[in-house]
Design a protein around this ligand. Structure first.
Ligand code: HXC
Length: 257
């Protein structure tokens, strides 16, 4: 693997991003955040994008947090700036119009857990370890953890994790809804390949519409959100995909999206 802080592989519009600092367990420093922002500049400009998978280099870690060595000597304004840049970048990742999936292949701590939380969903290998251990370092989560974690797992469990700093294994992460699936580490690559095929084969506009409905609807009251769903559903009938998908069913063949 080259020395790029973010490695990018494209498989017909399903883009796989690898945080590539394995010697530091893929800790997020300013270079990684800047590289992720630059990668997002390119992804946002593409209209052939179908999905994004994000993982960590090596067998040990997804991302073991923000880089503690870099943060140690920061002043309060510098810390605000660092967090602000990372937050804005994770917001852009989350706002991509396609599914963004975290493939959690090991330690997923602090800023790493916050990166996973900015993804639409996460799958984990059975050796993965999750946590928001910031209080053990005298700080609180700063890449969105105090806000996205309670939205994902509920406020009581989020408060448990952010105030104790305790680490949890992949099965507990599954039980509390932090990840969708757990599998042996050796199977994570097969799952990634399956997901690449699945998300790459579905109607791209429909997949985008489904993500938009869930994301935008979550910020609205139920009646407005249901009206949004109806608009997006109707919009599907203005494009080609609906006709192809439904014709393929009637004609007993696979759709070609
Ligand atoms: C910088 C890190 C790092 C981190 C690991 N490393 N995590 N460097 N920042 N977050 C480095 C180690 O210093 C070490 O470098 C190398 O990676 C391997 O790590 P070891 O500790 O030797 O491995 P191991 O004994 O297996 O322990 C793994 C670990 C431990 C349990 C994950 O590394 C650990 O506790 N890391 C910190 C986890 C953490 O507290 N994360 C939250 C950070 S705060 P050398 O050079 O010695 O080989 C945060 C805030 C987000 O994320 C918000 C900010 C605004």
């Amino acid at each position: 693997m080259s020395e790029q802080p973010i490695e990018v592989q494209d498989n017909a519009g399903v883009v796989r991003l690898t945080v590539n600092r394995p010697k530091a367990l893929n800790a997020l420093n300013s270079d990684v955040i800047a590289a992720l922002a630059a990668t997002l500049d390119e992804l946002e400009a593409r209209n052939d994008l179908r999905a994004v998978l994000i993982t960590g280099a090596g067998e040990k870690a997804f991302v073991a947090g923000a880089d503690i060595t870099e943060m140690r000597d920061k002043s309060a304004p510098q810390a605000r700036d660092f967090a602000g840049q990372a937050l804005a970048t994770l917001k852009r990742l989350e706002a991509l119009p396609v599914p963004v999936v975290a493939l959690v292949n090991g330690f997923c701590l602090g800023g790493g857990c916050e990166l996973a939380l900015a993804c639409d969903w996460a799958v984990a290998s059975d050796n993965a370890v999750f946590g928001q251990p910031e209080v053990l370092l005298g700080v609180i989560p700063g890449f969105g953890g105090t806000q996205r974690l309670p939205r994902r797992v509920g406020p009581a469990m989020a408060l448990d994790l952010v105030t104790t700093g305790r680490k949890i294994d992949a099965n507990e992460a599954l039980r509390i809804g932090l990840v969708n699936r757990v599998m042996p580490q050796a199977e994570l690559e097969d799952y990634a390949a399956e997901l690449t095929k699945q998300l790459g084969g579905n109607g791209p506009q429909a997949v985008r519409g489904a993500k938009q409905a869930v994301h935008d609807g979550m910020d609205q009251d139920l009646d407005s959100a249901l009206a949004l769903e109806t608009s997006l559903f109707a919009l599907c009938f203005a494009g080609e995909e609906q006709r192809e998908g439904m014709s393929a069913f009637v004609e007993k063949r696979k759709p070609n999206f």
